[in-house]
Design a protein around this ligand. Structure first.
Ligand SMILES: NC(=O)c1ccc[n+]([C@@H]2O[C@H](COP(=O)([O-])OP(=O)(O)OC[C@H]3O[C@@H](n4cnc5c(N)ncnc54)[C@H](OP(=O)(O)O)[C@@H]3O)[C@@H](O)[C@H]2O)c1
Length: 252
């Protein structure tokens, strides 16, 4: 089987990085996206020894940048088979009345509008070719609201709604759409949420074994390698220690 081209946002760390490492070894060509150019450069160098790789550096919040970057892809990279909308983060954790407007903007602009901007550029080619698979990384926060999660949860509920909407609207065009909703995964996520406070970030996972980004990468690869007629539509993935968004078993 020919190699498929996968376009991955948020490839520079966490779930995205683990995913590109795995897809590189499993017959995919990769378009790696993120803002941090140094990380894209070193990933390009290491993964190019395994498969064909190219990189695009853009901020998903900037629609013009998204359009220009995706249009700048050479012809041989334009036939994208797989889009993994993974870029996203939580910014802050506070009661709604104490929320910071910049954090609200960041979460809605990156997690929701960024996903839409990127998808808007890639869906037409998939529709034309009547073929493609979109994987949106949501969150348990998009299934259950937890205290102080308010706007992050809203952004991930929106991702869930968009994923369902995509599945309906793209159905006549033969495009598969999958939503994957992780619980606690140890990445740079908590560090970003707590604005670089390493101590606070470490406490999130204290006394429990969280998911590794590789655990989600495995599930993404499994999803992408089902027979063509099979769609894994929607999956919640927890570490064993987690029972819901708020129920977590910690060892003392
Ligand atoms: N970790 C968890 O517990 C968890 C749980 C549920 C869902 N998720 C979701 O999983 C996805 C990946 O997160 P992660 O846990 O792997 O966190 P992470 O390690 O912080 O990775 C986030 C990725 O998103 C990219 N990104 C952030 N803002 C961006 C922007 N404005 N423009 C372009 N790229 C941007 C980052 O790249 P640059 O900084 O280089 O741009 C980075 O590659 C997110 O959608 C997150 O909401 C995570």
């Amino acid at each position: 089987m020919d190699k498929r081209i996968a376009f991955i946002t948020g490839a520079t760390s966490g779930i995205g990085e683990a995913t590109v490492q795995l897809l590189a070894k499993n017959n995919f060509k990769l378009i790696l996206c993120g803002r941090r150019k140094d990380r894209l450069k070193s990933l390009l160098k290491s993964l190019s020894t395994i498969t064909e790789v190219t990189t695009l550096s853009f901020d998903v919040r900037n629609n013009k940048e998204v359009i220009n970057c995706i249009n700048s892809l050479p012809q041989e990279w334009k036939k994208i088979d797989v889009l993994i909308n993974n870029a996203g983060n939580a910014h802050g954790l506070s009661a709604i009345q104490d929320g910071v407007v910049n954090d609200w903007d960041a979460m809605m602009d990156i997690n929701v509008k960024g996903l839409l901007y990127v998808s808007k550029e890639i869906m037409p080619g998939m529709i034309e070719r009547k073929h493609g698979h979109i994987v949106n990384i949501g969150s348990i926060a998009g299934k259950e609201v937890y205290p102080n999660g308010n706007v992050y949860c809203a952004s991930k509920f929106a991702v869930d709604a968009i994923t369902q909407g995509m599945r309906l609207d793209l159905n006549p065009h033969g495009i598969k759409v999958t939503g994957i909703h992780p619980g606690m995964v140890e990445t740079e996520f908590a560090l970003v949420r707590f604005k670089g406070d390493e101590e606070r970030a470490k406490n999130v996972y204290k006394g429990l074994q969280p998911l590794k980004p590789e655990d989600i990468a495995d599930i993404i690869l499994f999803t992408l390698t089902r027979p063509d007629h099979v769609v894994l539509a929607d999956m919640i993935v927890f570490p064993k220690a987690q029972g819901s968004a708020t129920v977590v078993r910690r060892e003392a």
